[in-house]
Write a protein that binds this ligand. Structure first.
Ligand code: GLU
Length: 511
């Protein structure tokens, strides 16, 4: 059997869209499963759209996500170079082959001439205004001009492009692994430019030549490339490479959360979620976008979320290790219809992955946040905090953001809780509680609870009635993990100080 060789072939025209990460992931999973190779090819032949930094960004994004590359611009490999701009002479040679075999031709038309052709087609009522079998014989190209004139034009430096000559009147068949048989009539296709006047190949030529030379077995890419696939099939045929043509799999679109249309950066910005894996600043506009990484998504959670956007395992299982995915993945289980991008689901996966981490692992996140804040904290204390915060966080930064009271005494108190729960009973209990704690030689969560039970029963006030007020005095807010554990972690002296401060500063509302 043919070795499985797949490629992810992004163009460095900006940040990598999250859909690109999914494409890379599916390629990677197939490569690993079939003990094949995962190739990263940089398709940078469009000089006008080149964005500095984008290639590096793509490489870093894949590395962060844990999508490992076997052959590519960094790794090298037997088919190097893997950056198309460094393969220019190759494309020229293959374009020449198509010219020699009559599958391609030179075209000298100026912008104005092309525009005129489109206008004429439009006024003649044609639904297509393309350079194609219907129009090519009226244009200035090597099919219509005498050979010596063609040579003269080329020798005198007249700008030209090389176009592919789409065969007349035939059906082009393509067997897509996801969509089944796709049939397009050649009259629907135009004579695409293969080589531009700047001597650079277009995407179509470079992509097909490289897939062939790099012995790609499967082309797994986004649905937006499906309309190009029949042209690619024709190119393979014209080169005489039909036997080596890769299998195609065009992935379903990622849709907006409501399922209405393709997910765009604008949607993500509007709804306040990231669409790029890492932070990105557009070097042209200066516009900055926050990445999934910087928003606190764990790479393994993001991949688990992404893999299910279009693929399903055929069971109810939702959480998968990378090993499981490599085992279970199959192109046959990818659906044709678009997948809704539900950021809440992504967050849910993040929560699940955070919960599956050990307290010590989570402590590293907390300690990193604390370091940024210039707060020192023992490893043991951080571990303890994580053990009680774990179930309540969606992102690692919540450990600090939602647990700030472990390190800083509250100076403000949640208004709505104070209004409802700060009353004469609360003041009575808290005053007595503080005193009893002071008397106690020991202090931990069990002691804190026992003393509270004792004090409340002595005063004849139910714990439930004052617990929120106690929480407010310790944390400043109405919700959080086990209060007794919070008190144990911050310690006796701090508990006493905070209760004193609250008693002095929180006023009874409406009383
Ligand atoms: N360079 C194309 C892109 O940017 C690659 C498409 C393909 O995989 O053939 O997506």
């Amino acid at each position: 059997m043919k070795e499985v060789r797949v490629r992810f072939a992004p163009s460095p025209t900006g940040a990598l869209h999250i859909g690109g990460v999914r494409t890379a992931l599916y390629n990677f999973l197939l490569a690993r499963q079939q003990k094949g190779k995962m190739i990263l090819r940089i398709e940078d032949t469009d000089q006008n759209r080149y964005v500095p930094g984008a290639e590096d960004y793509i490489i870093q994004s894949l590395a962060w996500a844990g999508i490992k590359i076997d052959e590519g611009v960094v790794e090298g490999g037997p088919y190097a170079p893997y950056r198309q701009s460094e393969r220019k002479p190759l494309y020229k040679q293959y374009a020449q082959q198509l010219l020699d075999t009559g599958h391609a031709y030179y075209a000298f038309d100026t912008e104005g001439e092309l525009e005129r052709m489109r206008e004429q087609q439009k006024s003649a009522g044609s639904d297509q205004q393309q350079y194609s079998s219907a129009t090519r014989m009226q244009m200035r190209n090597s099919l219509t001009l005498p050979p010596d004139e063609v040579n003269k034009l080329i020798d005198s430096g007249t700008p030209y492009v090389i176009r592919f000559k789409i065969p007349d009147n035939e059906e082009v068949h393509l067997n897509d692994l996801i969509r089944g048989e796709v049939v397009v009539h050649s009259s629907q296709l135009d004579d695409k430019v293969l080589m531009k006047s700047d001597g650079m190949p277009t995407y179509h030529l470079a992509n097909v030549v490289d897939d062939y030379l790099m012995k790609i077995s499967h082309v797994i890419r986004g649905e937006e490339w499906l309309p190009s696939a029949p042209l690619h099939v024709l190119l393979y045929r014209s080169f005489g490479w039909e036997q080596d043509m890769p299998q195609f799999a065009h992935l379903p679109l990622l849709l907006k959360p409501d399922g209405n249309g393709k997910l765009s950066k604008r949607d993500a910005d509007r709804m306040g979620f990231p669409i790029f894996p890492l932070n990105w600043t557009d070097p042209k506009t200066g516009e900055s976008s926050k990445g999934f990484r910087e928003s606190g998504y764990l790479p393994e959670a993001l991949l688990n979320f992404l893999v299910l956007l279009g693929w399903n395992p055929g069971t109810d299982q939702e959480i998968f290790t990378m090993e499981e995915l490599i085992k279970l993945f199959s192109l046959e289980r990818i659906s044709k219809s678009g997948a809704k991008f539900d950021i809440h689901k992504a967050q849910w996966f993040n929560e699940q992955y955070l919960r599956s981490k050990s307290d010590a692992e989570l402590a590293e996140f907390l300690l990193a946040s604390l370091q940024k804040e210039g707060i020192s904290c023992s490893h043991d204390k951080a571990v303890k905090i994580c053990s009680i915060m774990k179930e309540r966080i969606s992102f690692p930064q919540h450990l600090w953001e939602h647990g700030i009271y472990f390190f800083r005494a509250p100076i403000q108190f949640e208004e709505s809780v104070a209004t409802k729960k700060w009353n004469a009973d609360a003041i009575k209990v808290l005053t007595a509680y503080r005193e009893a704690i002071e008397q106690s030689s020991q202090f931990d969560s069990t002691v804190a609870k026992a003393i509270l039970e004792q004090v409340t029963s002595q005063l004849g006030i139910g714990i439930g009635k004052i617990l929120q007020a106690l929480r407010l005095s310790i944390t400043g807010v109405g919700g959080g993990p086990d209060l007794m554990m919070i008190m144990e972690i911050i310690g006796k002296a701090e508990v006493m100080n905070r209760i004193s401060y609250a008693l002095e500063n929180i006023k009874i509302k409406g009383g």
